[in-house]
Design a protein around this ligand. Structure first.
Ligand SMILES: [Zn+2]
Length: 255
């Protein structure tokens, strides 16, 4: 049976999301920014929390873990490289490891850059990927612990997933990201359409995610750093994609 999901806001602009297996009734929270909105989502859906799958160690992704674990005795899965900075970890995972949520199965993709040990969870049969703070809709995470080159290689791994993959990210940053993206590719028709779509979603108080990899490939400048027109737009025609990516990321930091 296909996975079910429940998306909700936490803190100021974090997303929380539950993934539910209707066959076994297992339910995972992807990250735990804070406990109360997770509890509210569990109550709304009638699901029981069995697992927390952590993408990286930042406090706004882990602050709810202790309280949730105490109440639900759920298993906490976290990136091996960051386990010491994450509370209550039961299992650590690395590139290629499989994580089961009931009968659902995710593959771990190491996507360092934002943090040195950041991981993403790809539920291949369900065409779902939880990418934390690596990739945002029309944006990407700040490169805090890694290098731009490392982050670009992480994005290449996500670019290799099937185009129809639905992407869930850690923050509602879409409109701010669009404003920046339009400074790089003002004439990109997919980006213009995405701006209109996101405005309508926000007007209706709806989240702007999940997005799809195909939609991001068409409009997200960070995923388009390997295209000649994007390299030219930032004055780096003919330069390697990683260099173009670093330039775009640097501009976003100063935006
Ligand atoms: Zn983060």
């Amino acid at each position: 049976m296909p996975a079910q999901s429940c998306l909700f806001l936490c803190l100021k602009d974090n997303f929380g999301v539950l993934v539910h297996d209707p066959e076994t009734q297992a339910t995972a929270a992807i990250d735990a920014p804070e406990a109360p909105p997770v509890e509210a989502a569990l109550k709304r859906t009638g699901w029981n929390l069995t697992d927390i799958l952590v993408t990286h160690h930042h406090h706004d992704h882990t602050a709810g873990i202790e309280e949730l674990k105490q109440r639900h005795r759920c298993r906490v899965v976290a990136p091996d490289a960051e386990a010491s900075g994450i509370p209550e970890v039961d299992e650590t995972v690395r590139e290629g490891d499989r994580v089961r949520v009931g009968a659902l199965e995710a593959r771990v993709i190491e996507t360092p850059g934002h943090t040195a040990g950041h991981i993403s969870y790809w539920f291949e049969p369900d065409c779902l990927a939880f990418v934390g703070d690596t990739l945002f809709s029309i944006g990407c995470g700040r490169v805090i612990e890694g290098t731009p080159d490392m982050m670009w290689r992480s994005l290449l791994k996500l670019l290799a997933l099937p185009g129809e993959t639905r992407l869930y990210c850690g923050h509602e940053y879409t409109q701010a990201n669009i404003r920046f993206a339009q400074t790089i590719e003002p004439d990109n028709l997919a980006l213009i359409a995405r701006a209109a779509e996101a405005s309508e979603q926000v007007r209706q108080h709806k989240p702007t995610i999940p997005t799809t990899l195909d939609a991001e490939k068409a409009a997200n400048p960070f995923l388009r750093a390997d295209l000649p027109e994007v390299a030219a737009a930032v004055g780096l025609a003919g330069k390697p994609a990683a260099e173009v990516f670093a330039e775009i990321r640097g501009r976003k930091n100063r935006f």
